[in-house]
Ligand binder design. Sequence first.
Ligand SMILES: NC(=O)c1ccc[n+]([C@@H]2O[C@H](COP(=O)([O-])OP(=O)(O)OC[C@H]3O[C@@H](n4cnc5c(N)ncnc54)[C@H](O)[C@@H]3O)[C@@H](O)[C@H]2O)c1
Length: 475
Amino acid sequence: MKKQNRRDFLRLSALSAGFLGLSGKKVFAKSEVEARLNSIASAPDALGRSVIGLRHDPIEQVRIGIIGVGNRGYGHVKTINALQPHAKIVAIADARESRAKRALERLEKLNGGKSKVKLYYGDEEVWKKLVERKDIDLVVVVTPVPEHAHMVIYAMKQGKHVVSEVPISFTLQEAWDIVNTAEQTQRHCMMLENVCYGEEELWVLNMVRNNVFGKLTHAEAGYLHPILQKMFIKSDDPSTGAYYKQWRLRLHAENHGNLYPTHGLGPVANYMKVNRGDRFDYLVSVESVEESLHEYSPLSPKNNDFYDRKYFSHGDMNSALIKTAKGRSILLQHDVVSPRPYSRINALAGTKAYHEGYPSRLSMYDVGFGHHWVDDAKYKEMREKYEHPIWKKMKQQALENGGHGGMDYILFYRLIHNLNNGYPMDMDVYDGVNWSVIVPLTKLSVELGSIPVKFPDFTRGRWQEDRELRFFENV
Ligand SMILES: NC(=O)c1ccc[n+]([C@@H]2O[C@H](COP(=O)([O-])OP(=O)(O)OC[C@H]3O[C@@H](n4cnc5c(N)ncnc54)[C@H](O)[C@@H]3O)[C@@H](O)[C@H]2O)c1
């Protein structure tokens, strides 16, 4: 029998052990851990039919219920309201009365008169009454991340189509539960990844589609956004931008990993046609030391839940490297605490061109072998030539009605347009969970010493079908 040595064993935190369904000890045989890690990649038995390409009868006017009208949901009220008569807000729920009433006031101001929108508020369970209404076609979930999965699942079980803010799931189990419920109920379930509709991102996507980049090899994406002070604010005053019960900081206190992966990754997944001919195979994740949160903590008021806290799990920078089935690589970063300007990086390399965002720049093999960024005239020519048809058509409306440079309006416009016409969604449930599952996979990789962790295949093999992206359909 082979003699076992120290390298055959792994020491796991209770968190990692629990994630892998192991418990009762601290040290585990490496083979046992590896078997559990491989089981992450295998799909459980399907409970229903695949929802790839799912269609429903056209809905002439989409009746909408919104759950959560804090910072983000308050913005969605305006964006959705602008889509009348194709969509109509019927009901709004928020745990807090002040937020629900503020949203109603906004609607009344926008529409110039009394509103019949029904409000639900007062506790954290009251949203179920909204979901159970018979006169709602679509539920829009805009609550803190840990609330998304159970709300999305309940909505589908009540026969509603549902969309959720990002990330749609937080744990691996939640991701599978969402997929299984969508397949059982045959409801539309889409994550509201607005950045996939950004003007720059759809322009790059259009260039990829027209072979400007040649063969794709590598991408870099991220969420680099200094919100350190904002995460600490404990206030009920909406003008402060404070998060409900400091939910974002609470996640940082307790978790490693990339807690907000989808803004940078969604567009990159589209460039690479992930789930439509390629797939994420595995990742490794490395996290830096945590310095900024505990350094700032004593500067917060003494009544702050996180005042003078010495320990936060989340390191300042989380980096992940993803390998795809076609051999491409993606660097994905998450840092919301360092004093650095906002960036999603948006870098894409192919054999014929390279793009990098912040600011947007392009280099091309055909222009000086790509040794320099193309000049302003060439850049402008490429912007105009490959402007995405949605932006060509909708730019004015988007800039007038939607946040984040108009991308929020295009997102909701496309969602409602597809429901009005009975078309499939641009992004399906498999995209949403595939981009969100980065959260638990990076966490696990970090906790296990940056080891490779396999992605589950939520499509159960159908990623191999070379299907067209829907972002160019029925514009
Ligand atoms: N796509 C984007 O660009 C973008 C930008 C910001 C936030 N987001 C996402 O939007 C979501 C909300 O973020 P936010 O900044 O608005 O947070 P927030 O804390 O400002 O708002 C959350 C709202 O949900 C309410 N709420 C909490 N629990 C509830 C419950 N059980 N029932 C009913 N209401 C409940 C709170 O009262 C609050 O008004 C998050 O998922 C976040 O990741 C996305």
